[in-house]
Design a protein around this ligand. Structure first.
Ligand SMILES: Nc1nc2c(ncn2[C@@H]2O[C@H](COP(=O)(O)OP(=O)(O)OP(=O)(O)O)[C@@H](O)[C@H]2O)c(=O)[nH]1
Ligand SMILES: [Zn+2]
Length: 352
């Protein structure tokens, strides 16, 4: 059996539904933790009260890397050996995860088990609906709820007009808020997404006010951010940047360097999902292969904002380029493998 303290773990995002899901997967005698930081040779695990360093066998590390890796927000099982060292036993499959591609084209998890993504866009010079659509596609592909946060509302003469522009552009069900990230009362609008059991991330391009908003949401707790000392069993201390923060309302905020610098990685299926208004309407176009440009009887063109349509095609081209280059990279790797194998065989022949 594995052990857990629900009320403690609930303070770092465990919910009854999540627990049920995890119970079905648990295979070993061990304790349940949430990953709060990932390092090269170890991870930090949180039990709702303390953080502890936990090690991984190198084979385990390699196996995890082969399947998108381990990320902040993952739920895992770990056990303590007689020497008092904690060892990872099992990573439980996350409900969802945010991924990015590394330089080898492999998908890598950067955060797991996320309910909400606050997509921040500034109401100053940064306002850019196409970029926002990109972020929306990315988080919807991961089954994360997007909440559009228009920051710097205090610097904008007519925030309502901008909110209206965003609402007109994006599917109607999406929440759009305008706020001043420096003002706690203004950020109070986010309260419905900040309760216990909720895990959120803050995304947006540089300078839009992500740190400002995060710090305001953290409130006094932000005095503790930056570095945390994690006890390991031998009494040594490691100082690490904390990645899993608890907000006063009970929610968890994941803020890793990976999340901070995340660029949307697009794939075609994900795009189709967030632009499903276009796909739905396209079924009514006169021609099955209608490109919604100049064709007669197009059902899309009269309804969908022309810039949104333009952006869809642009993102689609990019997604296709991305998948092509992944295939090309794979082909290249196969060539290298063949070459090195041939080389090894040659060397063997020379030796024999
Ligand atoms: N007036 C006003 N200024 C803001 C608001 N939010 C952020 N700022 C300012 O905008 C600048 C950038 O804010 P940051 O919070 O550092 O932005 P960021 O998105 O974290 O930026 P990166 O770290 O580059 O990703 C800072 O000077 C903030 O003080 C806001 O709601 N109102
Ligand atoms: Zn059409």
């Amino acid at each position: 059996m594995f052990t857990f303290d629900f009320s403690r773990l609930a303070t770092i995002g465990l919910t009854p539904v999540l627990l049920q899901n995890l119970l079905q997967q648990a295979q070993c005698d061990s304790s349940l933790f949430r990953v709060s930081a990932v390092h090269r040779d170890a991870v930090l695990l949180h039990d709702g009260e303390h953080e502890r360093r936990c090690r991984l066998a190198s084979s385990q590390w390699q196996a995890l890397q082969a399947e998108e890796g381990l990320a902040v927000g993952d739920w895992v099982l770990a056990a303590c050996d007689p020497a008092g060292d904690w060892w990872l036993q099992q990573r439980l499959e996350p409900v969802n995860a945010l991924l990015r591609r590394n330089s080898h084209g492999q998908r890598q998890r950067i955060a797991s088990n996320i309910d909400t993504a606050l997509l921040v866009m500034g109401l100053d010079g940064d306002f850019n609906l196409r970029r926002l659509e990109r972020f929306v596609s990315m988080v919807q592909a991961a089954d994360i709820t997007p909440v559009i946060v228009l920051s710097k509302a205090d610097q904008c003469a007519d925030p309502q007009a901008s909110m209206q522009a965003v609402r007109q552009r994006l599917p109607a069900a999406m929440t759009v808020l305008a706020l001043n990230g420096n003002d706690a009362a203004s950020c109070g609008q986010l309260a419905p997404w900040l309760g216990q059991g909720q895990t959120l991330i803050v995304l947006g391009s540089s300078g839009v006010g992500k740190s400002t908003l995060s710090n305001t949401l953290l409130g006094e707790a932000c005095q503790q951010t930056g570095a945390v000392r994690a006890d390991d069993s031998r009494g040594r201390h490691t100082t690490t940047a904390r990645s899993l923060h608890r907000l006063p309302g009970g929610a968890c905020l994941i803020d890793t360097p990976g999340v901070r610098t995340l660029q949307p990685d697009l794939d075609e299926v994900a795009l189709a999902d967030s632009f499903d208004d276009i796909a739905r309407l396209a079924k009514q176009c006169q021609f099955r292969d209608c490109q919604h440009q100049h064709e007669p009887g197009c059902a899309v063109r009269p309804v969908v904002d022309s810039d949104r349509l333009h952006n869809y095609f642009k993102l689609l081209r990019e997604a296709r380029r991305g998948s092509e280059s992944l295939l090309q990279r794979k082909a290249q790797q196969a060539v290298w493998k063949r070459r090195s194998k041939a080389l090894r065989q040659k060397q063997k022949l020379l030796r024999d």
